[in-house]
Design a protein around this ligand. Structure first.
Ligand code: 5GP
Ligand code: MN
Length: 325
C-alpha cells in the first residue's frame, strides 16, 4: 500500500512542472528539512519549485539550503499564480496547518500531502500518510529513491536535520531500524553531522537561556508530580528580549523530570490565543487529548490552539490526563 502510494505520488509529480511546497506553520526541523530535501530533489529533475513560508526560517534551521524558500505569499503570487502548479503539503495534511496559504493550496491544479501524523485528516486529491515513519523525511527519502535522484550533501543535511529533530536525536519511541538505516546512508554521503547538530542544538542566545530559567522556575506540578505545566506570556518574551521560537526545548526539559509522564507548555500568542505543546514519556497518548481540543500530533508529542483562558485549559487537560492513569 505504502509503496503503491509512493509510486502514484511519483507519477503525479513526473507529469507536472511547477510545485509549491507547504510545510506547517512555525515549521520545525522535519517540516522544513523534508520540504528542502524534496524541493532540491525536484529541482534536480528540472522542476520549478518553491517552499512557501509564513514565518521566517527559525534560527536553529538556517543551515538548511534556502534556495527554494520564499517567505510570505506575495512573492509567489506575482511570480507563479499565473501558471498552474501542484501544491504539496509537507509534514501536515490539512489546510488548518498552513492557514495563510489556504488559497494557494486550494487553487492548485492538484493537491498532494505527505505526512506521518497519526491524527492526519488529509485534505488532498492524493496523499501518503505513514504514521510508522519517525519523521516525514523518512517518506521523502523513500520518494527520492523512487525518483532515482542522487542524494547530495545538501539533501543529506536536510534529511538528517528532519530525522534528528523529530526523534530527539534518535532517542524517542518513534525510532526504528529504518530511521537508523537512513541515517547510516546519510553518513555515506557526509562523514559527520556534528556541525549540523551544533547548529540545531547549540546556538542558543543568553536571552533564550534566561527565558527558559524564568519559565521553568514557575513550573506547576499536578497529579502527584506526574504532570508538569509551565507557561509563557508575551510579557515574559518582551522582558527577556525573546521570540516565541526561543521557547523551543522547554517542554522537553519538563518531561525530563523523573516523576513526569506528561509535560505541558502553554504559549500565549500575539493574538492572545494559547498554543499548547504536550509531551508524554511512557504511556499517555497526548495526540488523543490534542485531537479533542481540535489539534493533533503523535502519541508522545502533540499540540493544539485554544481561545479559552489558561487556567481552564490546564484544568481540562489535567482532568483528561487523569483518565489515562
Ligand atoms: P509542538 O508541540 O512541537 O508544536 O508539536 C508537537 C507535534 O504536534 C508536532 O508533530 C505537530 O505537528 C503537532 N501539532 C502541534 N500543534 C498542532 C495543532 O494545532 N494541530 C495539529 N493537527 N497538530 C499539531
Ligand atoms: Mn514531523
Amino acid at each position: 500500500m505504502y509503496l503503491e502510494q509512493l509510486k502514484e505520488i511519483k507519477n503525479l509529480i513526473l507529469q507536472n512542472d511547477n510545485f509549491v511546497l507547504l510545510p506547517h506553520v512555525r515549521p520545525d526541523g522535519d517540516a522544513l528539512g523534508s520540504s528542502v530535501a524534496l524541493a532540491l530533489s525536484l529541482a534536480k529533475m528540472n522542476k520549478n519549485v518553491k517552499i512557501l513560508l509564513n514565518d521566517k526560517v527559525p534560527n536553529n534551521l538556517t543551515h538548511l539550503d534556502n534556495s527554494c524558500i520564499v517567505v510570505e505569499s506575495l512573492d509567489i503570487e506575482s511570480q507563479w499564480l499565473t501558471e498552474s502548479y501542484v501544491a504539496i503539503a509537507v509534514d501536515c495534511s490539512d489546510i488548518t496547518r498552513f492557514p495563510a496559504f489556504e488559497g494557494v493550496y486550494n487553487e492548485a491544479i492538484l493537491r498532494l500531502a505527505i505526512d506521518h501524523h497519526k491524527t492526519a485528516m488529509p485534505d488532498a486529491d492524493y496523499y501518503v500518510v505513514e504514521p510508522k515513519a519517525a519523521a516525514t523525511a523518512e517518506i521523502i527519502f523513500d520518494l527520492i529513491k523512487e525518483f532515482e535522484v542522487k542524494i547530495d550533501e545538501l539533501i543529506a543535511i536536510a534529511i538528517y536535520t528532519a530525522l534528528a529533530t523529530d526523534t530527539g536525536n534518535f532517542t524517542y519511541s518513534n525510532v526504528t531500524t529504518k530511521t537508523h538505516q537512513i541515517a547510516s546512508e546519510l553518513y555515506e554521503i557526509r562523514d559527520t553531522f556534528d556541525d549540523i547538530n551544533n547548529h540545531i542544538y547549540s546556538t542558543d542566545t543568553v536571552q533564550k537561556i534566561k527565558l527558559h530559567s524564568e519559565v521553568l522556575s514557575r513550573t506547576n506540578m499536578f497529579l502527584r508530580n506526574r504532570v508538569a505545566v509551565a507557561s509563557i506570556s508575551q510579557e515574559q518574551l518582551i522582558e527577556c528580549g525573546c521570540e516565541m521560537q526561543d521557547s523551543e526545548g522547554i517542554v522537553e526539559k519538563l518531561r525530563k523530570i523523573y516523576t513526569v509522564e506528561v509535560a505541558i507548555l502553554l504559549k500565549e500568542e500575539e493574538d492572545k490565543k494559547i498554543k499548547v505543546s504536550m509531551r508524554s514519556k511512557n504511556f499517555v497518548d497526548v495526540a488523543r487529548i490534542a485531537q479533542k481540543f481540535g489539534g493533533g500530533g503523535h502519541t508522545r508529542a502533540a499540540g493544539f490552539s485554544s481561545e479559552l483562558p489558561r487556567h481552564d485549559i490546564v484544568k481540562m487537560l489535567v482532568e483528561d490526563i487523569k483518565k489515562q492513569f
